[in-house]
Ligand binder design. Sequence first.
Ligand SMILES: NC(=O)c1ccc[n+]([C@@H]2O[C@H](COP(=O)([O-])OP(=O)(O)OC[C@H]3O[C@@H](n4cnc5c(N)ncnc54)[C@H](OP(=O)(O)O)[C@@H]3O)[C@@H](O)[C@H]2O)c1
Length: 226
Amino acid sequence: MNTNTNTTPTTIAVLGAGRVGTTLARGLAAAGHPVTLGVRDPATTQERWADTPDSPHTPVTVTDVPTAIRAAAVVVNATPGDTSLERLTVLRAELAGRILLDVSNATTRTADGMPGGLAYADGSLGERLQLALPETRVVKGLNTMLFSVMAAPAALDVPPTAFLSGDHADAKAVVRDVLRGLGWQDEWIVDLGPIATASGTESMALIVPSLLGAIGFAPFALSLAR
Ligand SMILES: NC(=O)c1ccc[n+]([C@@H]2O[C@H](COP(=O)([O-])OP(=O)(O)OC[C@H]3O[C@@H](n4cnc5c(N)ncnc54)[C@H](OP(=O)(O)O)[C@@H]3O)[C@@H](O)[C@H]2O)c1
């Protein structure tokens, strides 16, 4: 459990109850944020969530996606990146006024489900989301590491880097504060600039299959050495 409470409590919706979504929902709740998990089938997810041994310590509300978004100031997209644009565009009204932290990678899939190519090779999902959701402040981040590192960055031997891309400085400041609560030190967070810079970090997803082949399934993150 993350005991760092040096963060401002923020209402957060995490969309998607997969590996990333559950890891972040638990980590963010442990950091003291009111967290709502927005999923396709709340009843089934609620049962799964209740089955986990540590659920009494992680008060997370499970509900449908639009309700979760409406309850939040910050929304984390932890759903498949190749279909996120369509899924989130229809939620434009719900997402208006919110910060969208998009941790997804939009890749095509190989037969074994691994990233094979970029879905938006001429840009990025981050840029497309910002264009489709003009009343939402989109921040791209945490997409260059294995899910476990997102909520436990200090567990690696070498400090990881969290790259942020976004057009809105105030939104990136809020995300930075949220990351601090997950254990990210300020010097591990690198603001790359506008949302257009997300094309760089999103393309790094292509390294994942060969990296896991080389090192095995172990926690890793890209890290900026300087
Ligand atoms: N795994 C990693 O280490 C990692 C690292 C960096 C970035 N990412 C990115 O983070 C995102 C989530 O990754 P993940 O590993 O958590 O994926 P995952 O385990 O497959 O979970 C994705 C979740 O998204 C939800 N979802 C909503 N609409 C969906 C749809 N149409 N099809 C399938 N699932 C849908 C599902 O939750 P509900 O059914 O409960 O709604 C599902 O559990 C992806 O974009 C991935 O590229 C992953």
